[in-house]
Design a protein around this ligand. Structure first.
Ligand code: GSH
Length: 209
């Protein structure tokens, strides 16, 4: 498989899951602004939508959309337990978290990643909206569960962690949400997550050991 990614972007969750599942893959970095892969290909010929992630499953078959790729991968190795079995209520709960992360939390970061500077009042509106979505995560984890579905790490945690980790990039302090802050720290300690961060140049190798 071939992963098209941008360091630290939501495509990092696909890398984490590929590595958690020990699936062989290669990766190609994409400059989404320029619409080019780092090896010089026109990225729109690979993913006409222009964003990452894209995962080439086999020659001629490219899958896009983070929540879909994550579930596809989890279902390749069901024994790893990264997603409950399709058809079970717990699987629907996983999809609920994936959709929330994608359409609510991820998109709440969009104002910081738009490439333009904030206009008057815009940043505080964006911060209020982001805080509301982080409130939702705090509430979802408030019974003390270590991961979103309970005791074990799933693909929903890979995606949620990557998105929450952007708070560090934009300087948004998680101190108001102690459960969320502890969750991010917990997932960041997973050896595979640390290795994935190293692979994308987001963590020094020595710090990961
Ligand atoms: N709906 C898409 C959203 C993907 C997305 O927002 N990708 C961002 C990085 S996290 C991106 O490539 N942005 C660059 C761009 O849109 O040019 C998915 O779930 O995969």
């Amino acid at each position: 498989m071939l992963l098209y990614f941008k360091p630290g972007a939501c495509s990092l969750s696909i890398r984490i899951v590929l590595m958690e599942l020990d699936l062989p893959f290669e990766s190609v970095e994409v400059d989404t602004q320029a619409g080019l892969t780092l090896d010089g290909a026109d990225y729109r010929t690979i993913n006409p939508k222009g964003y990452v992630p894209a995962l080439q499953i086999e020659p001629g078959f490219v899958l896009t959309e983070n929540p879909v790729i994550l579930q596809y991968l989890a279902d390749l190795r069901p024994q790893a337990g990264l997603a409950p079995t399709a058809g079970m209520l717990e699987r629907v709960r996983l999809q609920e978290w994936l959709n929330f992360t994608s359409s609510e939390l991820h998109k709440a970061f969009a104002p910081w990643f738009s490439g333009r500077t904030f206009e008057e009042g815009e940043q505080s509106r964006a911060e209020t909206n982001l805080a509301r979505r982080i409130d939702d995560v705090e509430r979802g984890l408030s019974d003390g569960r270590p991961f979103v579905l309970g005791q074990s790490f799933t693909v929903a945690d890979a995606y949620l962690f990557v998105v929450l980790n952007w708070t560090g990039f934009i300087g948004f302090d998680l101190a108001r949400w102690p459960t969320v802050a502890a969750y991010v720290a917990r997932v960041a300690q997973r050896p595979v997550v640390r290795a994935a961060l190293v692979a994308e140049g987001l963590l020094q190798l020595e710090a990961a050991q």
